[in-house]
Design a protein around this ligand. Structure first.
Ligand SMILES: Nc1ncnc2c1ncn2[C@@H]1O[C@H](COP(=O)(O)OP(=O)(O)OP(=O)(O)O)[C@@H](O)[C@H]1O
Ligand SMILES: [Mg+2]
Length: 522
């Protein structure tokens, strides 16, 4: 049995040896295709095996690109001139095989006018006749590509058997293509899922204006995320200054209505006429002074969100009108007869004890139930201590910028005071305290004495100690020494100069307060 590398594709005299060769080719090809997930690489190896065992002068595998609909060269072996070859389906011999799903045999290439020679010039042709055979690569009943080989022309070649054999190689390739597509689809699915999750996370937690990482605030974020995408009426409850308005904003800007208006109306104890003309608008001549007609806030908020702040202060007469709108989603302007339909999302806020207001007959129970669909309780600042410093830093940066100051940080004793204060005015009070400190601060650091007296006494009473003048001065001095050491990176001579004192006095004080100056060395 001869098996020289340049063995010819099956000759009658060698029928048996030819069969053996085909089987070993198939075995090797299947190994090549299953050895790696790199489809191009394994196709290349399969084509090389065809060249080696069967004297293929050149061979190609083309696959249908599902996106472009074109047939593209995926692998090639032998004398191939072009690197990137593309056919339209139906174009040339290869394109036709992909189109029809049937193999094509061109016994004499030189005599076939449909031959495009796109992948190779076929320089052999003048001296040597070639036979071209192309078989489809079919996957689940669809042709996804073709495998083609150039063989030396031989008048007595059994084209039928050769084509059949090539067809078997083609179906093995089809299996490899299938595996690769499954993997690709899986990978794509994972990528899509990942992108989707990321997007969701960003949407869920991008309440960029809201500062705070404490547990209670996380719960609030969770609720905002839940309710934002719906049209549900939201009732925000919490003490004054806890951030209800900011949360109303976050809900709107994270809702499908974000591109539509966000309109705020403060209901704080406005007389009935005023608040109603504000809310519902009026027609010309509705009352003395109504010289023109005017749209109300409900109309202004059309498609968007209407934020009714301090709803607990709304007068009883207006409460009835509001109730009707919430039930029927329509209203009339003051003095108007036309009924206007409205599409708004309502967010209401209050720091009042609504249940007590109901008991006292100041708030309608039916309106309460209409509003209290999804309630968010915004916790007071004293119940989210970890957020105090985050917020303080946030406001420090904000007001520093606003007031064109270069205040960079808050000294430890001041931090202690901020942390131990009970913040009856909540975040708004903290913002005011920091703004004031930034304004009065003439260095880069906010010290205890930049904070208002309320905090000073509060800290004292909180800890149950009374601070003497001497003690406060000493605390201040220690603080200043540490700051200077920090700025001078532990260089005591430099630190002394920063405080306009001598090194001797500086060292004496450092020792007195037991400060470890080496700690500040950079
Ligand atoms: N979590 C927060 N992150 C950043 N700033 C906040 C936060 N909470 C509140 N603020 C700020 O504190 C101030 C008060 O907040 P807001 O006006 O939203 O409070 P409120 O609950 O509506 O108070 P009131 O009941 O008195 O109207 C605002 O300047 C707001 O920007
Ligand atoms: Mg408010």
């Amino acid at each position: 049995m001869s098996s020289s590398p340049a063995a010819e594709w099956e000759e009658p005299a060698e029928a048996h040896a030819g069969e053996v060769r085909k089987l070993s080719t198939l075995l090797e090809a299947s190994q090549a295709l299953s050895a790696t997930l790199d489809l191009k690489g394994s196709l290349q190896r399969v084509l090389e095996i065809l060249g080696r065992h069967h004297g293929a002068i050149r061979s190609t595998v083309v696959l249908l690109n599902e996106n472009t609909g074109d047939v593209e060269l995926e692998a090639a072996s032998g004398a191939i001139t072009a690197k990137r070859v593309r056919y339209r389906v139906g174009e040339g011999v290869t394109g036709k095989v992909v189109q029809t799903g049937k193999p094509i045999v061109v016994p004499r290439v030189s005599r076939d006018p449909t031959f495009l020679n796109r992948a190779a010039e076929r320089p052999e042709l003048p001296s040597q006749e070639l036979t071209y055979i192309s078989a489809p690569i079919a996957l689940e009943g669809k042709t996804v590509g073709a495998i083609g080989i150039d063989l030396q022309f031989k008048a007595d070649r059994d084209y039928h058997r050769t084509t059949k054999f090539l067809g078997v190689v083609g179906s093995m390739i089809a299996q490899a293509v299938k595996v690769q597509r499954l993997i690709q689809a899986d990978k794509q699915r994972l990528v899509d899922e990942n992108t989707h999750l990321r997007q969701e996370l960003r949407e869920r937690y991008d309440f960029s204006n809201l500062v705070g990482t404490s547990g209670p605030m996380h719960q609030v974020y969770e609720q905002i995320a839940q309710v934002a995408r719906t049209n549900t009426t939201v009732l925000l409850r919490g003490e004054s200054g806890t951030g209800k308005e900011l949360i109303a904003h976050a809900i709107h800007y994270n809702s499908p209505r974000s591109k539509k208006p966000f309109i705020k109306v403060s209901c704080a104890a406005l007389p009935q006429d005023l608040i109603e003309s504000e809310l519902f608008g009026y027609e010309k001549g509705a009352f003395t002074g109504a010289y023109t007609s005017k749209k109300g806030r409900f109309e202004a908020a059309e498609g968007g969100t209407l934020f009714l702040d301090e709803i607990g202060d709304l007068n009883l007469a207006t409460q009835i009108k509001l109730l009707r709108i919430l039930q029927e989603r329509e209203f009339e302007r003051l003095g108007g007869t036309e009924t206007i339909r409205t599409n708004i999302r309502l967010i209401a806020a209050t720091n009042k004890d609504l249940e007590r207001a109901i008991a006292a007959g100041e708030f309608r129970e039916d309106l309460y139930y209409r509003l209290n669909v999804f309630a968010i309780f915004v916790p007071p600042l004293r119940e989210r201590k970890p957020d105090v410093l985050l917020l303080a830093d946030h406001f420090l940066e904000k007001f520093s910028k606003e007031h064109n100051k270069n205040v960079k940080r808050i000294a430890t004793p001041a931090i202690d005071m901020l942390s131990s204060y009970h913040w009856p005015g909540n975040v708004r009070e903290l913002a005011n305290v920091i703004e004031r400190a930034v304004v009065v601060c003439d260095t880069q650091v906010i010290h205890a004495h930049h904070l208002p007296p309320t905090l000073q006494t509060a800290e004292a009473s909180d800890t149950g100690q009374t601070t003497t003048l001497r003690e406060s001065l000493e605390a201040f001095e220690k603080d200043a020494l540490q700051d200077a050491l920090k700025s001078a990176r532990g260089n005591r001579a430099k630190a002394a100069r920063l405080l306009s004192t001598t090194e001797r006095i500086f060292n004496y004080r450092v020792r007195k307060y037991g400060i470890d100056w080496r700690r500040f060395k950079a």
